[in-house]
Design a protein around this ligand. Structure first.
Ligand code: DX5
Ligand code: ZN
Length: 215
């Protein structure tokens, strides 16, 4: 059974606290927070201030996906704000190994993410140092984009690499996951499913999360 991490990017930001409580009550495992800086991706979303404001709403882990340049400048602030897992993009820093240690030293779990066009080989040298590998299945920046089908092969390759070198690493996928395609995604090896539009645009969070989880 997979872990489901609804992405609040598609939630009603006017009622963020209520939305988070609703997905927790509906069976979500983590809350996925998409942090965008307008440079690494062509969109701007939330910063540490919002993360700390919503921290009291839920006991669920905050899965903080940093789509920002120079993440080393901000990881401490996100840790203080209440992030439990901090994921950085390999494309966003020239010193991946250093930032992984930085997040660890903050006492947080550390994830590394790959854009669709970025080869899996870039994370091989750090695989044993991380807790989570996030394979993007859309180009990051916006919710509600279609799943890039060629990413299935990358998910399967990531699964093999993890099984061989670092079985403790959780394989997470993010972007375009639907009730229809989640079964295939899980069959290729994903274990943590991020879902934004599929959950928050549905009229029954509980039913949708249960359907995603049972895949
Ligand atoms: C994309 C974000 C995703 C996004 C997923 O840049 O990283 O987390 O919210 O949204 P859906 O599930 O709607 O594709
Ligand atoms: Zn995300």
């Amino acid at each position: 059974m997979s872990l489901i991490a609804p992405s609040i990017l598609s939630a009603d930001f006017g009622h963020l606290a209520a939305e988070i409580r609703a997905v927790e009550a509906a069976g979500a495992d983590w809350i996925h927070l998409d942090v965008m800086d307008g440079h690494f991706v062509p969109n701007l979303t939330i910063g540490p201030l919002v993360v700390s404001a919503i921290r009291p709403c839920t006991k669920l882990p905050f899965d903080c996906h940093l789509m920002i340049e120079s993440p080393e400048k901000f990881v401490a602030e996100f840790a203080r704000a209440g992030a439990d897992i901090i994921t950085v993009h390999v494309e966003a820093t020239p010193h991946l190994h250093r930032i992984i240690s930085q997040v660890r030293d903050l006492g947080k779990k550390v994830g590394v993410s790959l854009n669709p066009a970025t080869p899996l080989s870039l994370v091989e040298t750090v695989l044993t140092e991380i807790d989570l590998l996030l394979v993007m299945t859309v180009n990051p920046g916006f919710g509600g984009q279609p799943f890039i089908l060629s990413m299935l092969e990358k998910i399967a390759s990531a699964r093999r690499l993890i099984d061989e070198k670092a079985p403790h690493v959780l394989l997470e996928v993010d972007g375009g996951i639907t009730v229809e395609n989640v079964g295939t995604v899980v069959a290729h090896g994903a274990r943590v499913i991020v879902a934004g539009a599929t959950v928050f645009k549905s009229d029954d969070y509980r039913r949708t999360i249960a359907a995603l989880k049972s895949a």
